[in-house]
Write a protein that binds this ligand. Structure first.
Ligand SMILES: *Cc1c(COP(=O)(O)O)cnc(C)c1O
Length: 464
């Protein structure tokens, strides 16, 4: 069993173990939790290369967790039992690139890889400590359904997910409300997504309520989510090496909150031979601008056809900045304070004139995304979802013969069928989504009022 400690990027917290890191989410000093050291895996690569996804997951995650082999094995088996493909994350050659399909989980998006693991992990920790957890979340569509599917039917856990009533796509609404388990509560709030988020923040600030009702979050900065995502970088690299005989690979990653690509950065730091990570954004390009200039500067969010990448501040980005600061918390604090005050921060460039040699970055706008979907379909008969298409578009610039390019496919195209129809004039379908059309659903409509949400939760937790 590992004794890995977790520290805060801001440096004002005593180190904690894995279990506490998972349950805490955010560090009390406002920083993000990171492992005190990054384990080296280079000498294990040969042994790991032939492992099935689940076995590889145990090997990659073991040094980070305070679970023994048997416990970890059970969790991994539970997590990925719900996936609809034997390989969990199959690698498919599509013309000049390899597409890593991360969408075979229950909600058809890559967030399932992490959240299907987080659910059983929460249960295990709660059972160990004889505690319960009431999760409160606000969603504009995507993360909510993955979170619900991650914890549905789990003992010791209830989940309350607020979404803006009639303001998310009917399909996204159904993916959440067609889950009828007793521990799942969908709250359709008569307001906007921002209203839902404000309600959530206010309730989390109410310490007596938070303690009394054992409130928790499933936010995107939870270390366990990043951890579970490191695995598929290893898995995909091995599959691409098997297919091509190459000794290194590169990854193109459609990026929003920087969680997915951060996992790739950890894989690289652990010793996986990754030539570079190709960061791809849509018009919300704060991160691609950063990696090209060293300046991280806030803009306005514009809605796009790849909505899960429509972000303003990338919540996981601070973890990368910590490493860029040479693991110097004081320096990181200075940057974050500057950013807080001026909405801009600037980091020095390397001798090579770049932020980090491990990254290149670019963006794809709506027109380019449509073209990428069209071309891929016409030339290879493969339909990319709009997020993945942004990655494939940006990857074109960086293709090279000696190094296979793996594009992470973050959603099944049928989830974003309107964009597909606009691009290729045809529908993408998936039986799971077709079945939702006349599925039974359950949700409660509430006014946009934090006290109404509080009362609702109290009532449900009391079992009424
Ligand atoms: C969340 C999401 C992304 C962005 O991933 P980050 O970890 O936030 O960078 C990309 N595509 C889809 C479909 C997603 O759901």
């Amino acid at each position: 069993m590992s004794t890995m400690q977790y520290i805060s990027t801001r440096g004002s917290m005593d180190p904690i173990g894995f279990q506490d890191a998972v349950m805490t989410g955010l560090a009390p000093d406002g920083g993000l939790l990171i492992p005190a050291e990054i384990p080296h895996a280079a000498s294990s690569l040969a042994r790991w290369r032939s492992l099935a996804y689940q076995d590889l997951a145990c090997e990659v995650m073991q040094p980070f967790v305070d679970l023994n082999h048997t416990e970890l094995r059970e969790l991994v088996a539970t997590a990925y039992a719900s996936f609809r493909h034997d390989d969990i994350a199959p690698l498919i050659q599509v013309g000049p690139v390899y597409v890593l399909e991360l969408f075979h989980g229950p909600t058809l998006a890559f967030k399932d890889i992490a959240l299907q693991f987080l659910g059983p992990l929460f249960s295990r920790i709660l059972a160990r400590t004889d505690r319960r957890l009431n999760i409160l979340a606000a969603t504009s569509g995507d993360t909510g359904s993955a979170a619900i599917h991650g914890v549905r039917g789990r003992e010791r856990i209830r989940i309350f997910v607020m979404h803006p009533h009639n303001r998310i796509s009917p399909l996204q609404e159904k993916q959440m409300t067609a889950v009828l388990d007793d521990n799942v509560f969908n709250l359709a709030v008569d307001g906007t997504f921002d209203d839902c988020q404000t309600i959530m923040k206010n309730i989390f600030r109410d310490m007596p309520f938070k303690m009394r009702f054992e409130l928790g979050a499933v936010n995107s900065v939870n270390w366990a989510r990043v951890l579970a995502q490191i695995v598929y970088y290893f898995y995909a690299a091995f599959r691409a090496m098997d297919k091509t005989g190459c000794r290194e690979v590169q990854f193109a990653v459609p990026t929003g909150n920087f969680g997915d690509i951060l996992a790739g950065y950890y894989a690289l730091r652990m010793g996986l031979p990754v030539r570079r990570l190709i960061l791809a954004t849509n018009e919300n390009d704060i991160l691609s601008r950063f990696f090209n200039t060293g300046v991280y500067s806030l803009g306005q969010v514009v809605p796009t056809i790849s909505p899960s990448m429509d972000i303003q501040v990338a919540s996981n980005f601070e973890r990368f900045l910590f490493y860029k600061a040479g693991c110097d918390s004081q320096r990181l604090n200075d940057w974050m304070n500057t950013f807080q005050q001026t909405r801009t921060l600037q980091v020095p460039l390397d001798a090579d004139g770049v932020v980090d040699l491990a990254f290149v970055a670019g963006k794809g706008d709506t027109a380019e995304t449509h073209v990428a979907i069209q071309r891929c379909y016409q030339e290879h008969g493969y339909i990319l979802d709009p997020h993945t298409a942004v990655g494939v578009h940006v990857a074109q610039t960086y293709l090279c013969d000696e190094t296979p390019t793996i594009c992470l496919a973050t959603a099944h195209p049928a989830k974003f069928n309107q964009a597909i129809r606009d691009a290729i004039g045809q529908d993408s379908r998936h039986e799971l989504l077709d079945r939702l059309v006349d599925a039974e659903t359950r949700m409660d409509v509430l006014p946009s009022d934090e006290n109404a949400v509080r009362k609702y939760m109290e009532r449900k937790i009391a079992g009424q």
